[in-house]
Every structure is written in C-alpha cells, then in structure tokens.
Design a protein around this ligand. Structure first.
Ligand code: AQP
Length: 354
C-alpha cells in the first residue's frame, strides 16, 4: 500500500502499430520487465484501441497484436507474474474514456504536443480519436487505480494530463465520493495521481537518420530505427549507416552538446550496458565513429538477437498467445470492472442490472 492509501500498482501499454523498436524496448518494455521484480502488481496492455487512432489495416492489426504480445513475452514479461492483455477485450477502458472526455477540457488537449506532431499539417483530417487519445490513456491507467506508469519521455505530457483528469474528477465529485465512502488516503480522492517512471539513459531514443526526431515504429524510413525483428546483419548495417558527424567522440558528456546523433548513439550504448553516458565516454572518448559503431552494433545484437529468436518461437503458437491474452483480460476485467462500476455510482448513473 502506498502512502496515498492506494495499493501500489503498475500499468503501461504499447500500441500494436508496427514492429517494436529499440526505442520501445529501452524506453518502456525493458522497464516493464524490471518492474516485475518491484513487488508491485504489474499490468501491461497491448493498446489496440489507441492504434486505430490512425488507420490500421484490419488484416494486419490482429497479427501486430500477437507479435507485440510475443515481444512482451520474449523480452521477459511473465503472464504468471504480470497481467498481459489487449485493451479491446476489456470494455472498462472505452467506457471510462467516455466519462473522461467529459472531464478533460478542450484547452488541455489543445496543448498536447503529440497530437500536433502526429496530425501535422493535416489537422482537419486527423481522427477525433487521435485528439482524445490522452483521455483514453488516462482511462487505461485510472481504471486500475494504477500508481506507477513506466513510459518513455515522449509520454510525460500525457501522464501530466492523466493526473489533471484524476484531480479534476476527485474535485468535481468530492462530495459524492465522500457520501458513498469511496475516498482513499489523506486527500480522500477516488483516483490516485499516478507517478510517471521515466528513468535510465534511453528514455528518448532518437532516429538513426535524424538525431532530433524520436525513433518511431511508424517512421516511413526503416533505416531510422532498429526493429526487434531485425536480423544481426540488418542491425549492423543500420548502425554502420546511422547518421553521425565527422568529429571523434568527446571524452565527457558536455562535448555531446549540439551533436544529437552522437549523443543518441552514446545513450543507447549506456542503456544497453547499464552505465552512465559519462562512463561510456570515459571508455570510448577520442574514438572515431568507425571504431565506436561496431561496438554499439555488437551490444545491440547481443541484447536484441535472443529476444528476436524467442519471439519467432512464440509466434509459432498463436493459440497460446490468444490464451494468455484471454486469461489476462479476465484478470484485468476483475480489477477494472468494479472500479468503473463505482465511477458510475459517483457520476450518478442508474445501475439497476447489478
Ligand atoms: N524513441 C523512443 N524512446 C524511448 N521510449 C519510446 N517509446 C516510444 N518510442 C520511444 C515508449 O514506448 C512506449 C510505447 O509507445 P507506443 O507504442 O504507445 O507509442 P509511441 O510513443 O507513439 O511510440 P512509437 O514507436 O512512436 O509508435 P507510433 O509510431 O505508432 O506512434 C511508450 O512508453 C513510449 O514512451
């Protein structure tokens, strides 16, 4: 139990919107695996409702969902220790998201930089779902009363919005929450204010083609990212061709300022080796990229190679993947269902079917 009166619970999700990248792995999934050891309850979700905020070919979405689940399992998530499921199998997410659509303010969503980045110049043609994506993310987290959310740096703003939604709900319905005896902790709120867990040297892995852009599954250039399914040869080639500058590596982190591509490659090696960027530079400072890149490629292959091979084995048994997702969805529903029922009571909906 945390000091806020809520049970410590971890929730996070990944979209089945393409092949998992090294960014998703270092920024999120590796942290998910570590958090299994934290003693907190861990819930991890393949967020297919989020994926369809941009067009997904239905013939490919089911495969992408199973592939991502295989990626979770291959990376070390254990369905006995964590709840693993796909979002659309648990109706509580969409239901609570609607209520949050009525709590969140237009002005809050207008400030979300991810919507601006993803909608780009074509804002008028973006789906309404893409605009309210952060409300669904808040519902994902708060439907479980989750207290900790491991994410990459890019999701920080959405986490802040989740806290704002939780605080506004707690405030707007404070009297009702108290009257129903549903408040927790010193503050007496119904929802916890969840903490982002953004740690390590690779909270924002950048594109291999442009060190100022995030590495992303949906980047049109495959050379911009390392996919978890890439062969050893492909990984080595992508790192060899990764954009850099002509200078050798500096011997201290200050020397990386203004060199986004160099900084990115150093951060990736630091994350893989569990070191600080300063320690990586103490070892490799002064080397040209022609000497550094093979070391980096080898470290990536050593980490990703076994996961890729295990993923392929797991994907040979799609029925087992579906079984794990179904069982996870039932366990998830058992937590989120009663919480969303209580939200209905708080809001004032009639629940005469109970
Ligand atoms: N480049 C990154 N570095 C560190 N962490 C990252 N994450 C994503 N990219 C990086 C983290 O991975 C988790 C899952 O992300 P997501 O699938 O929900 O969506 P996203 O953040 O929009 O990731 P992508 O790869 O860019 O997907 P697309 O291209 O489909 O939009 C999150 O915790 C995220 O922070």
């Amino acid at each position: 139990m945390s000091e806020t009166g809520f049970r410590e619970r971890v929730f996070s999700g990944v979209q089945p919107s393409g092949n998992l990248t090294l960014g998703n792995y270092l920024g999120a999934i590796r942290r998910f695996v570590e958090m299994q050891e934290s003693g907190k309850e861990t819930i991890y979700c393949v967020v297919d409702l989020h994926a369809i905020t941009v067009w997904q070919d239905p013939e490919k979405l089911d495969r992408a969902t199973r592939e991502l689940t295989a990626g979770f399992l291959a990376a070390g998530l254990d369905p006995d220790r964590s709840i693993l499921f796909n979002q659309s199998q648990v109706p509580a997410h969409a239901e609570l998201a609607w209520i949050f659509n009525c709590v969140a303010r237009m002005g809050w969503l207008n400030r979300m930089t991810q919507f601006k980045d993803k909608a780009g110049k074509n804002r008028e043609n973006a789906s309404v779902g893409l605009f309210v994506y952060p409300n669904l993310m808040a519902a994902d987290i708060l439907a479980y009363h989750a207290t900790h959310v491991p994410v990459g740096e890019d999701q920080k703003q959405h986490l802040e919005l989740t806290r704002d939604i939780a605080a506004k709900f707690n405030h707007d319905f404070a009297d009702r929450i108290a009257a129903l005896g549903l408040g927790k902790g010193d503050e007496g709120g119904f929802f916890p204010l969840p903490e982002p867990v953004i740690e390590g040297a690779a909270t924002r892995v950048m594109s291999l083609r442009d060190g100022t852009k995030k590495m992303s599954k949906s980047d049109p250039s495959d050379m911009s990212r390392i996919n978890l399914v890439d062969s050893d040869e492909t990984i080595a080639r992508k790192i060899r061709k990764a954009k850099t500058d002509p200078e050798p590596l500096p011997s201290e982190p200050a020397g990386l300022e203004g060199r986004p591509e160099a900084k990115n490659l150093v951060n990736i090696l630091a994350a893989l080796e569990g070191k600080s960027p300063a320690a990586v530079l103490a070892e490799h400072g002064g080397k040209p990229f022609s000497a550094f890149k093979p070391v980096l490629a080898e470290a990536i292959i050593a980490e990703i190679g076994p996961i890729r091979d295990r993923m392929a084995e797991i994907l040979d048994g799609p029925a087992e993947i579906d079984r794990i997702l179904a069982e996870g969805a039932e366990r998830a529903e058992a937590i989120a269902g009663p919480i969303v029922d209580q939200v209905h009571d708080i809001v004032g909906f009639v629940r005469s079917r109970r």
